[in-house]
Design a protein around this ligand. Structure first.
Ligand SMILES: Nc1ncnc2c1ncn2[C@@H]1O[C@H](COP(=O)(O)OP(=O)(O)O)[C@@H](O)[C@H]1O
Ligand SMILES: [Mg+2]
Length: 222
């Protein structure tokens, strides 16, 4: 039996990923590909506390996305923030994570990507925000028509904060360093390229890098 497309049911929403905190579901909104990021209830918390926590984290992530975007930091478009439902509707970025892009061998472009990421993080810090969970899995590389990597997009602002604290900035720098050194033989060189970009975009770079060095040596003697 032929199905009249006008009467066919809409395509099922597909679960993209279920993490510890949130699930991501692909959907369409006015013809555009979007992702719904919904924070999941935790059975071990009191239900009222759980609802309040999920709502406040959703609100905080929405506010951080908007503030980052206003500071010129590339982040997904935010189409909606349904705070009671703990759900954000985000632009679905077509691309891969920076971690994947480095693994498939952007080759000589790896340093260029990391330098650009440094500039982006510098802009975020310059605007008085920290990311709080800066890993190569929380950076997307847009797909582009010519096969070369497109622009970078910073995602996952669930732990972002508004603070000028050099310690919090140092934590951002250190988390990325650990992520690079754990997954890449050229992690050290990639992080150096990242710091070059960072210095060029954040006037408070010296204090933040001093904290990075302190956090590093604390780790060594842990
Ligand atoms: N706006 C987006 N566009 C495309 N992919 C995304 C987007 N947001 C998240 N993802 C994908 O989903 C994964 C998990 O999303 P994230 O916001 O990092 O949540 P979590 O808190 O579970 O880490 C990301 O690593 C990325 O692969
Ligand atoms: Mg993430």
């Amino acid at each position: 039996v032929a199905v009249n497309p006008l009467h066919a049911s809409p395509p099922a929403r597909t679960l993209v990923r279920r993490g510890a905190e949130a699930e991501l579901v692909a959907d369409k909104l006015i013809g555009r590909a979007v992702l719904q990021k919904r924070r999941l209830p935790k059975a071990y918390r009191h239900p009222d506390l759980d609802a309040r926590l999920r709502a406040s984290r959703t609100r905080a992530e929405a506010n951080a996305l908007v503030a980052a975007r206003a500071a010129g930091v590339p982040v997904p478009l935010l189409y909606d923030a349904d705070v009671p439902q703990a759900t954000l509707t985000l632009e679905a970025v077509d691309g891969q994570t920076l971690r994947e892009a480095l693994d498939v061998g952007a080759g000589a472009d790896g340093s260029a990507l990391l330098r650009t990421l440094g500039e982006i993080l510098g802009r975020l810090h310059q605007a008085g925000l920290v990311h709080g969970d800066l890993t190569t899995g929380n950076v997307l590389v847009r797909a582009s028509a010519d096969g070369k990597p497109g622009g970078l997009v910073l995602i996952d602002f669930g732990l972002a904060e508004s603070t000028p604290d050099p310690e919090a900035r140092g934590v951002d720098l250190h988390l990325l360093e650990e992520a690079l050194e754990a997954t890449r033989a050229d992690g050290h060189a990639l992080h150096a390229a990242f710091l070059d970009g960072y210095r060029s975009a954040c006037t408070g770079h010296a204090a933040a890098i001093t904290r990075l060095e302190a956090i590093r040596s604390r780790g060594r003697y842990r």
